[in-house]
Design a protein around this ligand. Structure first.
Ligand SMILES: Cc1cc2nc3c(=O)[nH]c(=O)nc-3n(C[C@H](O)[C@H](O)[C@H](O)COP(=O)(O)OP(=O)(O)OC[C@H]3O[C@@H](n4cnc5c(N)ncnc54)[C@H](O)[C@@H]3O)c2cc1C
Length: 304
């Protein structure tokens, strides 16, 4: 809960951009989970900077939600403030193939601009659903390509040093994560270093990546993408399938029968249904293989 005085101050600071006790299910791709104590949807970067400072000063937890494609919100909801970046959508191309995109710019917006402006390099990301902020924080990628190497610098609102630019050299990207972003900070925007390319070739590459996904992933059902990171030298989906868990159900959640590293919401799943399947898969792989699977999906909030 947010203390009464902080709640009043937050209402004054954010006006209509804040809602209290706001359900989050429809803002994540899995569509489950409880409410945020407060949900703030900033209109501009200044709002984010003010909110980061506010949360630090009032000791209120702050969680950032981009597209919500890699987030599992538990049924008891999230304590403190959830900041949703959806309206931070400025995108610009400057000379030398530099693409500037605010944190809330979506994967499809990036793909469209790259096609229109003939910018090559990000074609592989066209089907990785989410926002630029989520891409950077997750170092989103496919087996042989990641976002990290294309990031030239990021702009970050920090609780102690105001807004700073952080160059790629100061960041360390790893498999589905990045080091070098200060604690309790919010990514405001990123510059991507791309190259000039032929529009038709870029479009074809994007189409190729999208077609591959349609054939291999349950993209027509609500999910959070890969639940587990792949263990070194293997694939979590392969191990779960070999454990006989493809298609396993718990309440309204199911381990996808198309791709065993995806859990889908068949309509009325709760977060508890999803976490039960996660634990069932983890236990099976530990017992059968001695491998401890690590979740890729960010699990946040309080159990119901
Ligand atoms: C069908 C499907 C397919 C997918 N395929 C892939 C794939 O091929 N490769 C892959 O890598 N991922 C994949 N994913 C997962 C997801 O697309 C990526 O992780 C993506 O980067 C999530 O972006 P988002 O904005 O939705 O992040 P969110 O889920 O909103 O957030 C993810 C994390 O980033 C943090 N975050 C988000 N924005 C900010 C910000 N501005 N500042 C600070 N922190 C922030 C959040 O707090 C959270 O910890 C898939 C998901 C689905 C549903």
């Amino acid at each position: 809960m947010i203390a009464a005085a902080a709640r009043t101050a937050l209402q004054k600071l954010m006006g209509e951009r804040v809602r209290f006790n706001a359900l989050l299910g429809r803002f994540t791709s899995l569509g489950v989970g409880g409410p945020a104590d407060a949900l703030v949807v900033p209109e501009m970067l200044d709002d984010v900077e003010a909110l980061v400072t506010f949360c630090a000063e009032h000791d209120v937890p702050l969680y950032v939600l981009g597209g919500g494609f890699n987030t599992l919100v538990l049924d008891g909801g999230i304590e403190g403030v959830v900041l949703r970046t959806q309206r931070l959508r400025e995108i610009e191309v400057s000379g030398d193939g530099l693409l500037y995109a605010e944190a809330g710019v979506s994967h499809s917006q990036v793909a469209r601009v790259c096609q229109e402006r003939g910018l090559a390099g990000l074609e592989f990301s066209a089907g990785i659903p989410g926002s630029v902020g989520g891409w950077v924080m997750m170092n989103a990628g496919i087996p042989d390509r990641e976002i990290g190497p294309l990031v030239a610098e990021i702009r970050v609102a920090t609780p102690s040093d105001g807004t700073v630019w952080i160059a790629r050299e100061e960041l360390r990207f790893e498999y589905r994560g990045v080091h070098g972003v200060p604690e309790r900070s919010v990514v405001l925007a990123a510059h991507f270093q791309l190259e000039a390319g032929a529009r038709e070739q870029i479009r074809n590459e994007i189409d190729r990546h999208l077609a591959h996904r349609r054939n291999t992933q349950p993209i027509d059902q609500p999910s959070c993408g890969s639940v587990f990171k792949n263990p070194p030298g293997d694939h979590a989906g392969r191990l779960i399938e070999l454990a006989g868990l493809k298609g396993a159900r718990e309440g309204g959640a199911q381990i996808s029968s198309l791709h065993a590293n995806f859990i889908v919401n068949t309509g009325n799943a709760t977060a508890a249904d999803v976490t039960t399947l996660i634990e069932r898969a983890r236990d099976a792989i530990r017992e059968q293989r001695g491998i401890e699977l690590e979740t890729e999906v960010r699990i946040v909030g309080r159990p119901g």
